[in-house]
Design a protein around this ligand. Structure first.
Ligand code: ATP
Ligand code: MG
Length: 273
């Protein structure tokens, strides 16, 4: 986990850099969400509306439930024995717990902390999702692979070596490949759990730029421990505190400049992480 003291000057610059629309319609509406691993309650009565398009950053100290929250939104937690969610989560107005999980995960994709390409070629990584959903025609797959790699800002670097193993790519390229793989089924929401935590600053800033571009056409929910990254990349910020309480949610500028909760003020000032 990466935290540290934030120099208020540079954070201020990052905040001023943002000129964003902060009044978008919600795409995900969470109401009274409680989450349990066995008997342990990890999320406590979370209610929040995630606006459509743009980037929502989820922050908070280690162990406060950020990954759990993300995994709830596309029901990825269901593979964990004893894990259960209570409450309401609507996606585009539909109850996610009534949707077919495969359909839900096609519409709400996910990128993880460490790049996790499959031991396959670059092409086959990106074509994986479309193939699972029954697309076989080569011309259609070719189009989706190209489109997804362009959207993930990787196409120019790999277009002549699509048959090469995904493992031949650098860490940052592998993470953009994982983004392309998630995009290939054309999701409406992309969940990213600390996608830059294993990357160097250059690779991180490429992912940030890609994230901003994607946000014009889809909704990105990104977990980050990096306050500067959240300030640069997000339109809205939610801050969880220990006990899985969502203590603050709002437009990024407002949350960074005037957080209401004293513990969130301390967290954003880098006084604990
Ligand atoms: N598979 C699991 N089984 C049981 N408990 C879990 C599981 N995954 C997470 N937890 C617990 O739930 C709590 C929240 O974990 P979570 O991973 O969501 O936190 P986080 O905010 O993402 O932390 P970090 O910043 O370290 O990634 C922690 O107490 C953790 O130990
Ligand atoms: Mg986590």
């Amino acid at each position: 986990m990466v935290t540290g003291t934030v120099e208020s000057g540079s954070l201020q610059t990052a905040i001023e850099w943002m000129e964003r629309d902060t009044d978008a319609e919600p795409v995900i509406e969470v109401e009274g969400l409680n989450f349990y691993y066995g008997r342990d309650r990890t999320l406590s009565d979370v209610s929040v509306s995630i606006p459509q398009h743009g980037v929502t950053a989820i922050m908070g100290p280690s162990g406060c439930g950020k990954s759990t929250f993300l995994r709830t939104l596309n029901r990825m937690y269901e593979v964990i024995p004893g894990a259960r969610a209570e409450g309401t989560v609507l996606f585009a107005g539909e109850d996610i717990f009534k949707l077919d999980p495969v359909t839900l995960r096609r519409r709400i994709g996910m990128v993880f902390q460490r790049p996790n390409p499959f031991p396959k070629s670059i092409y086959d990584n990106v074509a994986y999702g479309p193939r699972v959903h029954g697309i076989r025609r080569r011309s259609v797959l070719d189009g989706l692979v190209e489109e997804s790699l362009i959207r993930a800002a990787l196409w120019d670097e790999v277009k002549n070596e699509l048959k090469k193993s995904a493992f031949s790519l650098s860490g940052g390229q592998q993470q953009r490949l994982c983004i392309a793989r998630a995009l290939a089924v054309r999701p409406q929401v992309l969940l990213m759990d600390e996608p830059c935590s294993s990357l160097d600053p250059k690779a991180s800033s490429q992912i940030e730029a890609t994230t901003r571009e994607l946000a014009a056409e889809l909704t990105v929910v990104i977990v980050t421990h990096n306050l500067h990254q959240a300030a640069r990349v997000s339109d809205h910020v939610g801050v969880f505190l220990s006990g899985g309480v969502l203590a603050e949610f709002g437009p990024t500028k407002k949350v960074f400049e005037a957080p209401r909760h004293p513990d969130v003020q301390d967290y954003l000032a880098g006084r604990f992480g």
